[in-house]
Write a protein that binds this ligand. Structure first.
Ligand code: NDP
Length: 402
């Protein structure tokens, strides 16, 4: 078999045992990983995912994508990703805390503010980051910007929580603008009901669009009246404070329906934002979207559209933004959190909102420059891949054989 291309090999994959005790005094063991893919342009940077579906292979593709996404932001960040096959669902706060502490008790020796700076991802939100940062600080006796997505009281940045979802919608707006359109009055399908999905829904609503769907891994809800800010706030509290399921939305709001075991892509819409997980929008879903007149898709999640689906969107020449461009707002504000931590200061919300918007505009510009196929069509997949790759490759070439 031929050797893999040298730039597709991660710099390092750390795999470790995570042992913890549940509330019934059972000793449980999980596997944890950190994939340090490439640090040619800055410290390794990328989220930590806690989900039963996490494997080394999943983290390797995520770390690979992350490298080019981070390069696209224009900020000095390399690429990495980590996680564990731990399922936080149904666990008590104390169980999650003990797991996070054990995970960090191994991870701490591989990360650092100038080495590798993890953040949240699926199953890792403010609560988990707090537990992990606390343990890092306890073990090392150092207060440094070693994780991003921290609470505002201990070094976090304003708008980090909102940044991925908001950024995906800013990118969508930029794409619509190339066809003389905006979000006002547009019907949007969103999948997921976590951090990225709820904040994407919030921004679509603020910009005059109407959000029709949200989902989780068990099914989706369809609300023809539109998911208003008040309803989004209910979903946020339901998912984070009560750790509830999206099915309960249909009990709470009359007119909404719940579709167990299904994804939202068959509902008629103008734009779609897949914001749950990888491979959640397949070829047949893409054909349904295009057939129903969907004009733009902006990926809030990482690689939610499978290869078949990407081909369908490209052939139909609809506006299609791959996650590495569209969801880069989160890691961009994480980069700004790192800068604020290093300088021991914090920027105001308005400044950060403007910086996020400028960064998303810049990513759109870079992806367009390399992706323009004709006067009427930009291939954002090609554009984002080339723009991200070029920066990393140029740095690697400068270093010689290392
Ligand atoms: P959350 O854990 O907050 O939410 C994840 C959502 O996706 C939940 O609604 C979850 O449903 C659903 N989901 C998870 N696994 C599956 C599955 N196998 N099938 C269907 N639905 C699923 O995660 P985030 O919102 O942070 O992340 C969502 C996506 O965005 C991921 O792809 C992540 O990598 C990407 N991303 C996140 C960033 C961030 O800043 N948070 C930055 C850039 C990308 P359930 O509750 O049933 O599991």
């Amino acid at each position: 078999m031929a050797d893999p291309p040298p730039d597709a090999e991660p710099d390092r994959v750390v795999s470790f045992r995570v042992v913890w005790e549940d509330d019934n005094n059972n000793i449980r063991v999980q596997r944890g990983w950190r994939v340090q893919n490439n640090n040619a342009i800055g410290p390794y940077k990328g989220g930590i995912r806690f989900h039963p579906s996490v494997t080394e292979s999943v983290l390797k593709f995520l770390a690979f994508e992350q490298t080019f996404k981070n390069a696209l932001t224009g900020l000095p960040m390399g690429g990495g990703k980590g996680g564990a096959n731990f399922n936080p669902k149904g666990k008590s706060d104390n169980e999650v805390m003990r797991f996070c502490q054990s995970f960090m008790t191994e991870l701490f020796r591989h990360i650092g503010a100038d080495v590798d700076v993890p953040a949240g991802d699926i199953g890792v939100g403010g609560r988990e980051i707090g537990y992990m940062f606390g343990q890092y600080k306890r073990i090392t006796n150092q207060f440094t910007g070693v994780l991003t997505g921290k609470g505002l009281e201990y070094g976090g940045s304003l708008i980090r929580t909102e940044a991925t979802g908001y950024g995906a919608v800013y990118f969508l707006e930029n794409m619509l603008k190339t066809r003389g359109q905006d979000l006002a009055g547009k019907r949007a399908l969103i999948s997921g009901s976590g951090n990225v999905a709820t904040h994407a829904a919030e921004k679509v609503t603020q910009l005059g669009g109407k959000v029709l769907t949200l989902s989780d891994s068990e099914g989706f809800i369809h609300d023809p009246e539109g998911i208003t800010q008040e309803k989004i706030d209910w979903v946020k509290a339901h998912k984070t404070k009560r750790r509830g399921r999206i099915s309960e939305y249909a009990d709470e709001y009359t007119g909404a329906t719940y579709h167990a075991g299904k994804r939202p892509w068959g509902v008629e819409c103008d734009v779609a934002l897949p914001c749950a997980t990888q491979n959640e929008l397949l070829g047949e879903d893409a054909r349904a979207l295009v057939g129903n007149g969907c004009m733009a898709v902006s990926e809030g999640a990482n690689m939610p559209t499978d290869l078949d689906g990407v081909h369908v969107f490209k052939e139909a020449q609809i506006l299609f933004a791959p996650g590495k461009a569209a969801n880069a707002g989160g890691v961009a504000v994480s980069g700004l959190e790192m800068s604020q931590n290093s300088a021991r200061m914090s920027w105001k919300e308005a400044e950060l909102q403007q910086l996020l918007k400028d960064i998303m505009d810049g990513i759109h510009e870079r992806a367009s420059a390399y992706g323009r196929v004709s006067d009427s069509y930009i291939d954002y997949v090609k554009g984002a891949n080339i723009a991200g790759f070029k920066k990393v490759a140029d740095a690697m070439l400068a270093y010689g054989v290392v």
